[in-house]
Design a protein around this ligand. Structure first.
Ligand code: GLP
Length: 263
C-alpha cells in the first residue's frame, strides 16, 4: 500500500487529479480507460482539478468509461441529493468531451434492484474491468456504501445504511437523518478490489480513526476500508489532518517511502 501524505486538502486533490490524468494519458490499449468514481465532499476538489485539466487540453475523457460507486435507493435523477445529480453537477457537465453513453451510475429508481446490480457487475466485466477506482471513506470506514460487517468479498448489491451514516449524511438532508434514504445500491468491496488500482482519498480530523484502521488496523469486515491492505495497487491520498491517529513511526515510514519513490 502507498500512503501519500499531503499538507492539506487542496494539495491532496491536486496530487490525486495529477495521478488520474497521468494514468488516462498513459493508457494506450484498444479499449477505453475504465474509471471508478465516488461522490461525497472528499472528491470535489479532485473533480475541480480534473475539469481544469480537461479544459486546458491536458487530459481528455473522450476515451474514458466511468462507473460510479453507489446511489441512494428511491431518489430520482433530478433530486439534488441523488448521486446522479451530484456527478453531473460537480463533474460530467463541465467536461468538454465526456460521452454521456460512457457514464454508468446505478439506477436508484429501479423496480428490480437485484437485477440492476447484477447488470452493473456484468457491464463492468464487459468493459474489461476497472482500471482505476477512486474512492472516499466514511467515518466508520465504509468504502462506497459497504458499512461495517459487509463481506470483504461482496459484489454490487442493495445495502442498508447504518444510523451513524444516516446521521453523518443528514447534513445534506436538512439535518434530518430520517430524510436520508435507508437503503442504497453500492458496488461491493470485491468489486472495488478487483480493480487494477484503487485510489482512496482521506482528509480531515474526522477521518483520522478510519485512516489509522485502514493502514494500521487488522484486515477486518468491521472496517471495510481495511480490505485495501490485501490489494496490490492500493493508494491512500490523505492530508496531514487525517494522520492524527497514525503512530509517529507509521507516519515517518510513508513519508520516507514516498521521498524515495520520487528520486
Ligand atoms: C458517502 C458515500 C461514500 C463516501 C462517504 C464519505 O456515504 N456513499 O462513497 O465515501 O460518503 O463522504 P465524504 O467524502 O463527504 O466524507
Amino acid at each position: 500500500m502507498r500512503v501519500v501524505i499531503q499538507e492539506n486538502y487542496d494539495k491532496m486533490c491536486k496530487w490525486a487529479a495529477e495521478y488520474i490524468a497521468a494514468k488516462i494519458n498513459a493508457h494506450h490499449e484498444d479499449r477505453p480507460f475504465v474509471l471508478g468514481l465516488p461522490t461525497g465532499s472528499s472528491p470535489i476538489g479532485v473533480y475541480r482539478e480534473l475539469i481544469k485539466k480537461n479544459k486546458a487540453g491536458e487530459v481528455s475523457f473522450g476515451n474514458v468509461i466511468t462507473f460510479n460507486m453507489d446511489e441512494y435507493l428511491g431518489l430520482p435523477h433530478e433530486h439534488d441529493q441523488s448521486y446522479w445529480y451530484f456527478m453531473h453537477d460537480n463533474f460530467f457537465d463541465h467536461l468538454t468531451d465526456m460521452k454521456p453513453e460512457n457514464i454508468n451510475i446505478l439506477n436508484g429508481m429501479t423496480d428490480d434492484p437485484e437485477g440492476e446490480c447484477a447488470r452493473y457487475e456484468a457491464k463492468i466485466a464487459a468493459c474489461g474491468g476497472i482500471d482505476l477506482f477512486m474512492g472516499g471513506i466514511g467515518v466508520d470506514g465504509h468504502l462506497a456504501f459497504n458499512e461495517p460487517f459487509t463481506s470483504l468479498t461482496s459484489r454490487t448489491g442493495v445495502r442498508a445504511l447504518t444510523t451513524d451514516t444516516r446521521i453523518v449524511n443528514s447534513r445534506f438532508f436538512g439535518n434530518d437523518p430520517e430524510k436520508v434514504p435507508a437503503y442504497a445500491l453500492s458496488v461491493g468491496i470485491g468489486t472495488v478490489t478487483d480493480s487494477k488500482e484503487v485510489l482512496v482519498l482521506i482528509s480531515g480530523h474526522n477521518k483520522a480513526r478510519a485512516l489509522a484502521q485502514t493502514v494500521e488496523g487488522n484486515v477486518s469486515h468491521k472496517w471495510t476500508c481495511s480490505a485495501l491492505q490485501m490489494h496490490n495497487g492500493a493508494i491512500i491520498a490523505c492530508d496531514e489532518a487525517a494522520c492524527g491517529e497514525l503512530t509517529v513511526d507509521t507516519y515517518k515510514y510513508f513519508l520516507d517511502i514516498e521521498k524515495a519513490e520520487r528520486l
